[in-house]
Design a protein around this ligand. Structure first.
Ligand SMILES: Cc1cc2nc3c(=O)[nH]c(=O)nc-3n(C[C@H](O)[C@H](O)[C@H](O)COP(=O)(O)OP(=O)(O)OC[C@H]3O[C@@H](n4cnc5c(N)ncnc54)[C@H](O)[C@@H]3O)c2cc1C
Length: 382
């Protein structure tokens, strides 16, 4: 598949970074099934991605980085996801938490979190709550005033990469207002080991318990603002697109190499027609995603609602391609040793990560139909 033309226009240092990420991804792909099977975080992959310069590149210039374009970030995540989507998911969450904390705490902490990111420290997003579900920007847990800040007693769930995180980006209600904090996990933060899932197993997105954890005044952040680098919204569609690329690759490989009655499966007309439909739709979503990231790089405000559309479409096309893979793969694709079943399990997870395809469909549908957003919808737009 050819890269969209816009990527050829990236500055040389961004193209070099993408080249380095692509090379790393080849090695990650070979190990992805093992990490998935063991539900083990591929720590070496994360270190290699940091050493290749992605963390330094993605920090905006005013925070001491080089201000990677959205288009390059999206492509880097897609390349990683096609090889190992759990690594890509942790990279996305880590980037969102790290760049977010560096931005939100700059007034109080100066360059502290940016420097920690550059030094290779790990960050995780501890935002989702049992009672907030998909509405992870609307925390329901109230932090109580205490000496030096506020105390949080409760849980945060599905925190990707939390077991290796040096810092957590946490939100809670302070005087009824959603407020962000940096938390350095201490003995009050414990892991409740729930993570044994169908897909994206190597993200180890655990449930965290906060037993009267101090949310320190000096680690309190400002609210997110337009113009902050939106790593998670930009990364989530790329994760599903990478999974779709991998699922299509496995399908094609199977169809070309499995012969029935003397002819490869790829010679069957129904498969040709289904593949034509799936691959064309995947290319169209890729193109829309790239256009949206170009809008983001150009500072055009419509990019944010188009990222919702890109996630919605990418989540769905990944599931469609992966399901087609299961049909083409037959019983051999259903075996645990086949990558086809792993791509299907991973594709399903993209739809669940906030905002889910159902939540996005409501948001997009209301916008198209001119239905006024409700107060809860508005609070979600960060
Ligand atoms: C692999 C993976 C990694 C994750 N990583 C992180 C992370 O690093 N940090 C983090 O904070 N969170 C993370 N999450 C959490 C995730 O982003 C969601 O916030 C969380 O999964 C939502 O809870 P839930 O899945 O129980 O869904 P629920 O919100 O309980 O949803 C259940 C069903 O209801 C639907 N639904 C919910 N709300 C609405 C609505 N308003 N309108 C219509 N339908 C609705 C959903 O679409 C879904 O079908 C991760 C999740 C996964 C699966």
């Amino acid at each position: 598949m050819t890269a969209p033309t816009s990527l050829h226009d990236l500055p040389p240092r961004e193209r070099e970074l993408l080249h380095a990420v692509a090379e790393l991804a080849t090695g990650f792909e070979a190990e992805a099934a093992g990490y998935d099977d063991r539900a083990e975080i591929a720590v070496g992959n994360l270190t290699a991605v940091h050493d290749a310069g992605l963390d330094a590149a993605v920090l905006p210039e005013h925070l001491g980085g080089t201000g990677l374009r959205y288009q390059a970030f999206g492509e880097a995540v897609r390349l990683l996801a096609a090889a190992d989507p759990s690594t890509a998911t942790i990279v996305t969450m880590h980037t969102g938490a790290a760049v977010g904390l560096a931005e939100l705490t700059r007034e109080r902490q100066g360059s502290f979190f940016a420097d920690e990111l550059l030094a290779g420290k790990r960050f995780a997003n501890a935002l989702s709550e049992p009672t907030s579900g998909n509405r992870f920007l609307n925390p329901q847990q109230e932090a109580r005033p205490a000496d030096g800040g506020w105390l949080l007693a409760g849980t945060k769930r599905f925190v990707s990469g939390s077991e290796i995180a040096d810092y957590l980006l946490v939100n809670a209600l302070v005087d009824g207002v959603p407020t962000f904090f940096a938390v350095i996990p201490d003995e009050t933060v414990t892991i409740i080991p729930i993570w044994d899932t169908l897909g994206l197993r190597a993200t180890r997105s655990q449930l965290l318990s906060f037993d009267h954890t101090l949310l320190r005044e000096e680690f309190r952040g400002r609210s997110p603002q337009p113009g902050d680098f939106a790593a998670v919204p930009a990364g989530l569609p790329a994760i599903s697109l990478g999974i779709a690329d991998a699922a299509l690759g496995a399908l094609v490989d199977h169809a070309r190499n499995r012969a029935i009655l003397g002819k490869p499966l790829s010679h069957q007309q129904w498969i040709q027609h289904e593949v034509a439909d799936a691959q064309s739709r995947l290319e169209a979503v890729h193109a829309f995603f790239q256009r949206t990231l170009a809008e983001a790089d150009a500072g055009r405000p419509e990019f944010f609602s188009n990222l919702s559309r890109a996630k919605y479409l990418a989540n769905k096309v990944a599931v469609d391609v992966a399901q087609l893979g299961v049909r083409v793969g037959g019983a051999s694709g259903y075996l645990k040793q086949s990558p086809i079943q792993r791509h299907l399990r991973n594709a399903q997870a993209g739809q669940l990560m906030a905002y889910s395809t159902e939540v996005l469909a409501t948001e997009i549908g209301k916008e198209v139909l001119g239905v006024e957003p409700e107060p809860a919808d508005e609070a979600e737009v960060a």
